[in-house]
Design a protein around this ligand. Structure first.
Ligand SMILES: NC(=O)c1ccc[n+]([C@@H]2O[C@H](COP(=O)([O-])OP(=O)(O)OC[C@H]3O[C@@H](n4cnc5c(N)ncnc54)[C@H](O)[C@@H]3O)[C@@H](O)[C@H]2O)c1
Ligand SMILES: O=C(O)C(=O)C[C@@H](O)[C@H](O)[C@H](O)COP(=O)(O)O
Ligand SMILES: [Zn+2]
Length: 370
């Protein structure tokens, strides 16, 4: 039942271990990647800490690891300059040394924030990811993108910093709220939409099983997602080319998130649901993709209870110019020109450079922005 996927990055290669029962034996797997002093700071949020914190700390201590725990407030708001400042101060107060490590124990918010803190603390220390949301298990814990948000946009301040090990314990998903499970599903179906039609068809048939947390379905869904991400990251770690495909739905999605102010009203996975449906509709409107593929992609995203339109996010229309301006802040933009991930069909995404701003604005107005 345990599946291990390796991220092939030479002397920085690491394993992503997926399966049930990993938290209780995490110490045995984490201790060997630690320095001489075997000391870690677990960074977690209040929800994860309450449900699973003691078990992780006990498992590490049993393996001879000295543990301190730092608990941050749950929610995207923690992925901010203020959140980073508080966390860095806490790490300094513990006097964590360069040979010590951070264990990021939580969803993508904890992973992105703690990973970024690890990248810059005393000019960089190692860290381990123990992802506890479906989204973090299939996506954010793998690949080394770490960041915080600013009011100007999503993940705009950050670093590439790869973890030493990822432990994705499927048992912890038992306590995850259904809304968060759907957010993870958005990033899972992204892999099918961007490059694996057979996986997409399997997801169409098995969406209920994944959302019911059927273990076999989770092993397959998480395993295939991580396998695809690991392969892409190993080929293009710093997003010079193909890695941008993992951004399908994110240029639209991040723009909507920024307009919504990074709160609880719209979660990242939900924004990606809308963004991917928009990427397919925009591709169809540009004559790049059959319109029946856009309809099918949207139906598959909706089947998980995810939003797919701007009106699903809020009744008040979005400002088209503001959305276009956010797209211009996107990290894929080049020479002031917009880059999007578009599709020729389901399972066949590509990177489109120099997307026309007027066409984008007209499309967003079609979509209900004003
Ligand atoms: N670095 C990357 O490659 C990458 C990829 C995708 C997303 N992200 C980022 O990840 C973030 C979203 O992550 P997320 O969706 O995991 O959200 P999250 O970290 O906010 O977690 C969602 C909620 O679930 C709770 N939670 C987590 N695990 C739980 C568990 N096992 N049981 C009960 N409650 C639990 C958390 O406390 C939180 O309230 C966004 O900031 C996004 O930008 C980064
Ligand atoms: O790992 C990647 O590469 C991704 O694009 C994965 C995305 O799901 C993730 O949300 C990522 O943080 C977005 O990256 P960004 O560079 O657009 O901030
Ligand atoms: Zn994402």
């Amino acid at each position: 039942m345990i599946r291990t996927v390796s991220v092939g990055l030479g002397d920085r290669a690491y394993d992503v271990v997926i399966g049930p029962g990993l938290i209780d034996r995490a110490g045995e797997r984490i201790a060997p990647v630690l320095g001489k002093r075997k000391r870690v700071a677990i960074v977690t949020d209040a929800n994860v800490g309450e449900h699973h914190g003691e078990r992780l700390a006990a498992s590490l201590e049993k393996a001879g690891v000295a543990v301190d725990v730092i608990t941050i407030p749950p929610g995207e708001e923690s992925k901010s300059f203020d959140g980073l400042s508080e966390l860095s101060d806490h790490l300094l107060a513990l006097n964590l040394e360069r040979g010590d490590q951070i264990v990021a124990f939580g969803g993508g918010v904890v992973g992105d924030l703690a990973g970024f803190a690890a990248a810059i603390y005393k000019r960089g220390i190692d860290f381990v990811q123990v992802p506890t949301t479906l989204l973090a298990q299939v996506d954010s814990s793998v690949g080394g993108k770490t960041a915080i948000d600013t009011p100007r946009g999503k993940n705009l301040i950050g670093a590439f910093h790869q973890p030493r090990l990822v432990l994705a314990d499927l048992d912890v998903l038992a306590t995850l709220p259904a809304r968060e499970l759907a957010c993870g599903y958005a990033e899972i179906i992204k892999y099918g939409l961007l490059g694996d039609f057979a996986f997409f068809e399997w997801l169409e048939a098995n969406v209920a099983k994944v959302l019911e947390r059927d273990v076999d379905a989770l092993v397959r869904a998480v395993g295939r997602s991580v396998e695809m991400k690991a392969e892409i990251v190993a080929e293009d770690e710093k997003e010079a080319g193909r890695r941008a495909l993992l951004n399908l739905g994110h240029t639209f999605g991040h723009a909507i998130e920024a307009e919504m102010g990074f709160g609880d009203a719209l979660k990242h996975g939900e924004a990606v649901g809308v963004g991917m449906a928009q990427a397919f509709r925009f591709s169809a409107a540009q004559g790049l993709c059959p319109s029946q593929d856009a309809v099918r992609a949207e139906a598959a995203i909706k089947a998980a209870g995810l939003p797919t339109t701007l009106a699903d996010v809020r009744p008040e229309p979005f400002d088209a110019d503001a959305l276009v301006a956010h797209c211009g802040q996107d990290k894929k933009a080049e020479g002031g020109k917009l880059t999007f991930v578009l599709a020729r069909g389901i399972g066949d995404a590509f990177v489109a450079k120099d997307v026309d701003r007027a066409a984008l604005k007209a499309f967003l107005i079609e979509e209900g922005a004003r």
